[in-house]
Design a protein around this ligand. Structure first.
Ligand code: ATP
Length: 198
């Protein structure tokens, strides 16, 4: 089964694009959502986090102590890499498990990940889509969606590869700049993937 990785900068609209693929019946694995879920479910990961960042990484109830973890990894790339080295393999394990549940007659699946290229998880996909939008559009959308400041969004953007870097790595491109129909672009790619599979 064809595995399609899909990514894009913060606020580019990758989740919105995935929802359109879902309407077409294509299963989507949301890696970032799954990463949050497994932080409190995957025992190997939980033990790894406690060993790396202390038992206080979790409250007694089992809830993740986000403030503690963020305090350690924020602005400390080495610690962030340590956390990623624990989380990414756990997400791969969850993906391997998820794909076994996908019906065999499904033509292809999507794997959505904000850091598809940065985390090297694109290597486990057969092909990839990059969703882009102008920087100001992304900023406005995220400020509106999350109620955060422009500075906070810009700080998150700084941690991601630039669109130019990702365009050089992606096989397909969807431009979510409001001048071209998202639906038409998705339909065209859907057809491409159906043809690839047959
Ligand atoms: P993140 O990386 O932060 O999860 P994302 O790339 O998944 O972001 P979305 O959540 O899909 O982006 O989109 C960001 C916001 O912009 C959402 O509120 C979404 O509804 C809105 N949005 C996306 N595309 C469009 C569009 N073409 N027109 C209007 N609003 C849009």
């Amino acid at each position: 089964m064809l595995k399609v990785g899909i990514t894009g900068g913060i606020g580019s609209g990758k989740t919105t694009v995935c929802r359109i693929f879902e309407v077409l019946g294509i299963p989507v694995f949301y890696a970032d959502l799954v990463a949050k879920e497994i932080m409190v479910k995957d025992m190997i990961l939980i033990e790894g986090v406690k060993t790396a960042f202390g038992a206080e990484s979790y409250f007694e109830t089992g809830v993740l102590n986000n403030k503690h973890i963020a305090g350690i990894v924020f602005n400390n790339n080495l610690e962030l890499e340590k956390l990623n080295a624990l989380v990414h393999p756990a997400v791969f394990r969850a993906f391997d498990q998820w794909i076994t549940q996908v019906p065999k007659d499904c033509p292809y699946i999507l794997k959505e990940a904000a850091l598809l290229f940065e985390s090297a998880s694109y290597k486990m996909c057969d092909t990839s889509i990059l969703v882009t939008a102008p920087k100001q559009t992304k900023l406005n959308r995220v400020i509106e969606r999350d109620g955060v400041s422009a500075e906070q969004v810009l700080a998150r953007m700084d941690k991601q590869f630039t669109d130019e870097q990702k365009l050089a790595m992606a096989h397909h491109h969807i431009s979510n700049d409001e001048s071209t129909s998202l639906i038409l672009q998705v339909l065209a790619l859907h057809q491409t993937f159906l043809n690839t599979n047959t």
